[in-house]
Design a protein. Structure first.
Length: 645
């Protein structure tokens, strides 16, 4: 595991006059704080920040491992002071400040903090996309403890960070004795009796009287965001806490009491401690439990001799004097800085240049006429993979995204889509050929893209500068001739709109000129309009985004239960009404003239950090940027649909 860590800061250990090492191996002193730090990165993309006290004086050393919540970076999780224009996430957890405050109180051992973050900004997504994630997590904890010389470890996490802890438990038949405390800060969503989580926790607690399980949660069953209930009938941290308590109570007496706003459930020896906020006002307390209510400090102090020496659970903040003024910044990593709205590398189709002698749309249509449907699709996929597409489709168009997550925070992002439905051929002579989902996925994979969701289709239509009126056809819907006829109808619509725009431009530019001057300048105006059109195509301007030409092949949760089906949606009228509601009833071998493929770059920006569409869709906090159906696991959907059989 250590071989997989890329050390970004390497400094030789400094010795005090008595010979005691004051710097841990690979650590560097913080110039602003009396602390020593190390940034590392695993080969799989997991980032790690480790922060220790500047002077290591104690014989005993405690490592606090904190797994980042969904959608948050290490820097945001560590926290810093508010500032104009600074992201709100820097002021919600303050893990660094809470640990600094605990160091001031607990002088009996050195406290080292390690914050771990996956490149997907979601531990559930990281585990879902990496079959060996459990071994990575277990190896990371073991390696970190050895690196800092810790004799005991606290495993903690907030929100999706709980998935890190469950991944650790799932990897071990028995929780290692190195672990002294397990802390779930509104992070127990994935507790599972089937995975023997309760059995393992009880056996671990029984092995040593110093071990503790601390759970903070709140009643989230009725919380509402933007008029809709956030939690489904089986989800949420309240129900997960009840599942945990039901299992633990079979072996341990767990009496319940009221403690201020919390329902307090604990074992007689206090080593199992659950506090669930009653939340009578149905507020979203997801992040408030950690920062505003001193959640991490409470969990570290509970059951120690300093339990009542630091402040109280519920607030006010007991660590305010320990909050740093500026955020931590990982040296040399662009991800540590606020991202701009510039496109990631995936904002251009990953296809080779079009060969000069490549077939035009009309020529390929004539060749396809002699082939069976499956052979036609294979030919189209080959042409696209070779780069035989119009140049105007290569640069993708940014779509602004915004949503509120279950935690109550606002999220923003940008994804990139093709300006029109996919066609092969060249500009001026192309063919929007409808594809089955199997062929569509092959094309998307070749181009470094994926399919949209229904919500994204709505957003694309809303952002489009060119909105066509749908032109349905009723006869021979699955015939090649109908495919091409509909393509010609769309091209005619675009031509008519272009002529109208040109006429408007002429009227604006030449208003007041005499007739002979008008005719003398018309050719120049046409040339200028064409140059402007080509420039908009080149830069991917949103005004050149075309919508209303076709229905879209889309991802939807409905496909998980409907193998061998295709999902279609959209074909909006200019006023935004879709002709086609979300539908997953057709066979995945069915395709007609109305189906289109809008490609979406697999890379996107979410909350200022470059990530993947798959990671965002799998993230319970961020998925609403792209989905109205809750989290979607694209890898599981691809498997369930059996499109790639």
């Amino acid at each position: 595991m250590r071989a997989g860590l890329l050390l970004l800061l390497l400094s030789p250990p400094l010795l005090s006059p008595d010979g005691t090492a004051q710097l841990l191996p690979g650590f560097a002193r913080s110039p602003e704080l009396d602390e020593q730090v190390r940034w590392t990165r695993l080969d799989c993309g997991v980032r790690v920040f480790v922060d220790g006290p500047g002077r290591l004086a104690a014989d005993r050393r405690l490592l606090v491992v904190y797994a980042t919540p969904n959608g948050n970076t290490i820097e945001q999780t560590l926290g810093c002071a508010k500032a104009p224009g600074r992201d709100w996430r820097f002021d919600i957890q303050h893990v660094a400040a809470q640990v600094r405050r605990w160091r001031e109180i607990d002088k009996g051992r050195d406290v080292v903090l390690a914050v771990v973050q996956p490149d997907t900004l979601s531990w559930p997504a990281f585990r879902g996309h990496n079959p060996g994630a459990g071994k990575v997590i277990a190896g990371l904890v073991e390696s970190l403890a050895a690196d800092v010389g810790a004799d005991r470890v606290v495993l903690s996490g907030h929100s999706g960070g709980g998935s890190f802890l469950w991944g650790y438990l799932n990897t071990h038949d028995a929780i290692p004795p190195l672990v002294e405390r397990i802390v779930l800060l509104d992070a127990n969503y994935s507790y599972s009796d089937a995975d023997r989580h309760g059995d393992k926790l009880l056996a671990w607690l029984a092995g040593d009287g110093t071990r503790r399980l601390v759970v903070l949660a709140y009643d989230d069953r009725e919380i509402v965001l933007e008029g809709k209930k956030v939690i489904g009938p089986d989800g949420g941290t309240f129900r997960a806490s009840q599942r945990m308590l039901q299992r633990l109570a079979r072996d341990v007496a767990l009496p319940e009491a009221t403690l201020g706003p919390f329902v307090h459930t604990r074992s007689a020896d206090g080593r199992i401690d659950f506090r669930v906020h009653r939340n009578p006002e149905n507020k979203i307390l997801h992040t408030a439990l950690v920062g505003e209510m001193n959640g991490l400090l409470h969990a570290l102090a509970l059951g120690t001799e300093h339990e009542s020496a630091w402040g109280k659970l519920g607030g006010p903040r007991a660590y305010s004097a320990c909050v740093q003024s500026e955020p931590w910044t990982e040296p040399g990593r662009a991800e540590s800085r606020p991202a701009t709205r510039s496109a990631p590398a995936g904002a251009r189709l990953a296809l080779p240049p079009r060969a000069p002698a490549a077939e035009t749309g009309a020529a390929l249509r004539d060749r396809l006429a002699a082939l069976a449907p499956e052979e036609r699709e294979a030919a189209v996929v080959r042409e696209v993979a070779r780069g035989n597409i119009p140049d105007s489709l290569r640069n993708l168009v940014p779509i602004a995204l915004e949503c509120s997550g279950p935690s109550g925070g606002r999220h923003a992002g940008t994804c990139w889509v093709t300006r029109d439905h996919l066609a092969f051929g060249r500009d001026g002579d192309s063919f929007r050929y409808p594809l089955t989902p199997k062929a569509a996925l092959a094309v998307a994979d070749a181009a470094g893209c994926t399919l949209p969701t229904a919500k994204l289709c709505d957003l694309v239509h809303a952002a489009a500068g060119t909105k066509l009126e749908p032109r349905p056809l009723t006869k021979d819907r699955e015939a090649l001739a109908t495919f091409y006829r509909h393509h010609e109808i769309v091209e005619l619509q675009l031509t008519i709109l272009g002529v109208r725009q040109l006429a408007y431009l002429v009227e604006r530019q030449l208003s007041g000129m005499v007739e002979r001057q008008l005719y003398g300048r018309l050719a120049d105006l046409r040339a200028a309009a064409e140059r402007g059109r080509l420039e908009r195509q080149r830069t991917g301007e949103v005004a050149h985004l075309v919508a209303g030409a076709k229905k879209d092949l889309v991802w939807t949760a409905r496909l998980a239960e409907r193998p061998h089906k295709v999902a279609i949606y959209g074909w909006h009228h200019p006023d935004g009404r879709p002709i086609q509601p979300l539908y997953a009833g057709h066979s995945d071998r069915y395709v007609d003239y109305s189906h289109g493929l809008r490609l979406v770059a697999t890379r996107m920006i979410a909350d200022g950090v470059e990530t993947s569409v798959a990671a965002v869709l799998a993230d319970p906090e961020l998925c609403a940027l792209l989905s109205d159906e809750g989290p979607l696991d694209l890898r599981a959907l691809r498997s369930a649909t059996q499109w790639e059989r």
